[in-house]
Design a protein around this ligand. Structure first.
Ligand code: C5P
Length: 309
């Protein structure tokens, strides 16, 4: 199917080469139209998932970036995962919580509350315990300030961090530049489109964004992709549409996850880990269903069973 799709989209699949036990396929993109580019990326995603290949897409920067990231995921460093939102406000509580995990090292989200309470040291400590970290600080300022702040964060060795897409494409590009280390490596960078706490009425009447909220979210997702970022935070219910608009390689990081038999709490539009998988989420962010569970390790494993395995 993948190869046919490449032909249909006027992409050209070159002779495969072997590279460190994986196949390197070069993809020449002849048609720069965004919708065709997305189809080609989707085809690359399909083939990569099927064969564990590395792709090299020429002529299109976004396609190259997505393909390379996808190849990296296949290499085992990143990929579909459950991220635990460690919404505690002290180092002692976080460490006490993470020490319950003896056999696995969950991906951890550190948000503003914990970061402001404990400072960068909390990131070093959790990283030192062997966890991947999503540093959720949602930067939003003038491009120069965001670039310099991201350069500081890049020294913390986190795995994922974020900005507000409403800060503009120029700000997102500046964030990307700041985050990229001299050796070319960087954490994943994603953007918040519209906060889920903002209703359509507030967005239109208070922020004067005179469009439907779902269209605004999709537009911001496209801006994020065009700025070269890796993905967006969105509802699992929007993951499919985001992939349609921005390509299968563009990441969707989705909070709002609850077990079928669990408490919804203050979240409104929720789905189960299995539902999020079906809807195409790449990462789920789960807080209270794990942190407040009687047995957090069992709750985490249930999420992994439903979402990853
Ligand atoms: O406890 P719960 O599973 O609701 O936690 C979800 C986490 O995801 C929290 O840290 C929350 O701040 C975050 N989040 C969210 N909705 C967004 C963005 C982030 O729930 N749109």
């Amino acid at each position: 199917m993948g190869t046919t799709l490449f032909r249909k989209t006027r992409g050209h699949l070159k002779e495969p080469k072997f590279l460190e036990n994986r196949i390197l396929l070069s993809v020449q993109l002849y048609n720069p139209k965004p919708e065709l580019t997305n189809e080609i990326i989707n085809a690359a995603v399909f083939l990569a998932k099927e064969r564990g290949s590395v792709y090299n897409c020429s002529n299109n920067l976004a396609a190259c970036r997505n393909a390379r990231r996808l190849a990296d995921n296949k290499g085992g460093s990143m990929g579909r995962d459950v991220i635990i939102a460690c919404d505690f406000n002290s180092k002692a509580e976080v460490i006490g919580f993470l020490e319950k995990f003896k056999e696995e090292k969950p991906f951890v989200k550190i948000g503003m509350e914990l970061f402001y309470a404990e400072g960068p040291e909390i990131v070093r400590t959790v990283k030192g315990m062997g966890h991947k970290i999503f540093l959720d600080l949602k930067l939003h300022d003038i491009p120069n300030t965001v670039k310099k702040s991201m350069a500081v964060l890049s020294g913390l060795d986190v795995d994922m961090c974020n900005v507000h897409a409403s800060g503009t494409k120029a700000m997102m590009q500046a964030a990307l530049e700041g985050l990229t280390r001299p050796d070319g490596t960087r954490p994943l960078l994603i953007a918040v489109t519209q906060l889920t706490s903002t209703s359509e009425a507030v967005m239109q009447e208070e922020l004067w964004i005179d469009r439907p909220i779902d269209k605004t979210v999709m537009h911001y997702a496209q801006n994020t992709m065009e700025a070269g970022l890796d993905g967006v935070v969105c509802s699992p219910l929007e993951a499919g549409k985001v992939h349609e608009a921005c390509g299968g390689g563009f990441l969707t990081i989705t909070p709002g996850v609850r077990f079928a038999d669990g408490d919804v709490g203050d979240q409104k539009r929720v789905t189960t880990p299995a539902g999020a998988k079906e809807l195409g989420s790449d990462y789920i962010v789960v807080g209270r269903p794990i942190t407040q569970a009687k047995d957090p390790v069992a709750a985490y494993r249930r999420c992994v069973d439903e979402f990853v395995d």
